[in-house]
Design a protein around this ligand. Structure first.
Ligand SMILES: Nc1ncnc2c1ncn2[C@@H]1O[C@H](COP(=O)(O)OP(=O)(O)OP(=O)(O)O)[C@@H](O)[C@H]1O
Ligand SMILES: [Mg+2]
Length: 342
């Protein structure tokens, strides 16, 4: 192979590897809620954009979410056809690319937003297709004039990609607020959504009940969004499948009996607005990994075979749920035991 060709191949290979690593780092960072603070990495620069088919395959591989997948497909198809119309010199139908995601914690909103951004990028509707995730604190300032500049900065970081505003309803707190700059952030956003409509896609997300109030908080807000996509809570069997998928993605496997044990755990978990859905499944699995490590460390660690280090047992899961039960409740992380349904 000619040196030049070998160099080109190596660059593509390095790009793919860096892209994969970046994706993993970002996923873990998003799970811990500090995605927006991550700088652009080498992976972002080197990784070749994935094809629409590849991103679509990842979306399809998510458990459940049938109505969400269908709405995303419709939105992509609609925008592609509008784009073709424009290329034929036909009139632009007033289209918006901004979306509302309504769903409880852990229902897959951030995951789907990231894939959607990538899809927009791969079909050329956005230049980069990256996702910048912010919440109220990332948009609202502390003094007059601070909010507009903070919101504009966030929008600028998201140029060429998606600005994902989690818990967007927090921008419009209930009641009459004299000292709140949330409304200013909304005004600024609306302006950016119009002025930079070709460069920026805004996705606002949050609990369904509170998002309704948010969308009504400013008369010009709701009409700026193309669609409102609802992310339903996962069923018990979907949560079992999600846990199995998380295990598989991380090169683990569930021992016989684990699916039944998981079913029991998820069935008895309290399903209120604070229930963490897939995030709860992930937290449970991460705790099970700790339990597995403790279990294995009592024996001859150097002699552990591949099966031993990749297997999660019923006992690991049961010990894990106990730890979660004892932890103080945070968003997307409902205790399963203490508040259990009878
Ligand atoms: N349908 C699914 N299939 C497989 N894994 C999923 C699915 N939905 C979510 N997950 C996993 O669960 C975790 C939480 O998902 P995600 O962060 O997208 O939820 P969210 O709705 O944004 O939650 P929050 O409102 O708490 O921010 C992620 O690790 C994600 O990979
Ligand atoms: Mg999220």
């Amino acid at each position: 192979m000619a040196p030049r060709e070998r160099l080109r191949k190596n660059i593509v290979k390095a790009g793919k590897l860096a892209g994969k690593t970046t994706k993993k780092v970002r996923q873990r960072a998003a799970d811990r809620g500090f995605d927006e603070k991550l700088p652009t990495t080498l992976g972002d620069k080197l990784a070749p954009p994935r094809s629409l088919e590849d991103v679509q395959a990842e979306l399809d591989s998510l458990v459940g979410l049938d109505s969400v997948k269908e709405q995303v497909a419709t939105q992509i198809a609609f925008l592609q056809v509008q784009d073709r119309r424009r290329e034929h010199g036909l009139d632009d139908i007033a289209t918006s690319r901004h979306l509302v995601f309504k769903g409880n914690p852990g229902t897959g909103k951030t995951t789907v937003a990231r894939l959607l951004a990538e899809m927009y990028g791969s079909i050329g509707l956005l230049e980069k297709g990256h996702l910048v995730e912010v919440d109220r604190a990332g948009l609202v300032g502390k003094y007059v004039g601070h909010t507009a500049s903070k919101t504009n900065k966030a929008a600028k970081r998201a140029h060429g990609g998606v600005l994902f505003i989690d818990e967007a309803y927090a921008l419009s707190p209930p009641g009459i607020q004299t000292n709140d700059f949330g409304a200013e952030a909304i005004e600024t956003l609306i302006k950016r959504m119009e002025d930079n409509r070709d460069k920026l896609v805004v996705v606002v997300a949050g609990y369904p009940r509170l998002m309704e109030k948010f969308l009504l908080s400013n008369p010009g807000l709701r009409s700026r969004f193309a669609r409102e996509i609802t992310f339903p809570d996962y069923s018990t069997s979907e949560l079992v499948q999600i846990t199995a998928k998380i295990a598989e993605d991380l090169d683990f496997h569930l021992a016989p009996g684990c699916e039944k044990a998981l079913e029991k755990i998820f069935r008895r978990a309290t399903r209120n607005e604070a229930f963490g859905n897939a995030r709860y499944a992930r937290n449970l699995f991460e705790q099970a990994l700790n339990r597995q490590a403790v279990r294995l460390s009592t024996g001859n660690v150097a002699g552990l075979d591949k099966n031993a280090v990749t297997e999660i047992t019923v006992a690991d899961l049961e010990a894990a749920v106990k730890v979660l039960d004892e932890r103080p409740q945070t968003k997307g992380d409902a205790p399963a035991g203490k508040l259990r349904r009878i």
